[in-house]
Design a protein around this ligand. Structure first.
Ligand SMILES: CC(C)(COP(=O)(O)OP(=O)(O)OC[C@H]1O[C@@H](n2cnc3c(N)ncnc32)[C@H](O)[C@@H]1OP(=O)(O)O)[C@@H](O)C(=O)NCCC(=O)NCCS
Length: 143
């Protein structure tokens, strides 16, 4: 049976592997090093899907200092990150279950808006949960 649990700092390596599946570069270690602090001060909330003691997927919620707006008085904005399910467990509703858990907590925290970056694989799942694509956002890399 698949269960969803809150992630803790000890899960940093598993979460980093969800962010960079199949990779092993220094960026993975940088991310895993950053996570425990972000979790302990509440900037990062994570959930893991477990089966038989094994992590089979996960999803994260970044709580970003933003600003209040006309439509959303809460100055904190949520960003959904690190949504990943191991290949053999896909198309069984695991990601949906993780995201519904995350959405329940976002509502509990009274967040007004969540955003995320999607690839083609995740788009229809996110659409079915109510996410819409933006026609107004632009971005610029300063790296
Ligand atoms: C995208 C990803 C997270 C989805 O995980 P998942 O656990 O397979 O997702 P779900 O099972 O909840 O839903 C996926 C699809 O399976 C379908 N599904 C769910 N249960 C099903 C079942 N029992 N039988 C058949 N299909 C089912 C869902 O309806 C959904 O269909 P859709 O994509 O057409 O909307 C997973 O494919 C993944 O980890 N991909 C690699 C990482 C990645 O791309 N992450 C997303 C970044 S934006």
């Amino acid at each position: 049976m698949i269960q969803i649990r809150l992630a803790g700092p000890e899960d940093a390596a598993a979460i980093a592997s969800h962010r960079y599946p199949g990779e092993s570069g220094g960026h993975l270690a940088v991310y895993a090093d950053w996570l425990p602090g972000a979790m302990s001060d509440g900037r990062y909330l994570g959930w893991l899907a477990m089966q038989g003691g094994q992590v089979i997927g996960g999803a994260g919620l970044l709580l970003l200092h933003w600003q209040p707006s006309r439509t959303d008085p809460n100055p904190v904005r949520g960003r959904v990150v690190n949504v990943f399910v191991e290949a053999e467990f896909r198309r069984q509703g695991v990601a949906r279950n993780l995201l519904q858990t995350l959405l329940a907590e976002a509502r509990n925290l009274r967040l007004g808006v969540l955003n995320l970056g999607s690839n083609a694989e995740g788009r229809s799942l996110y659409n079915s949960l109510g996410f819409q694509a933006s026609e107004t956002e632009m971005w610029l890399s300063l790296m």
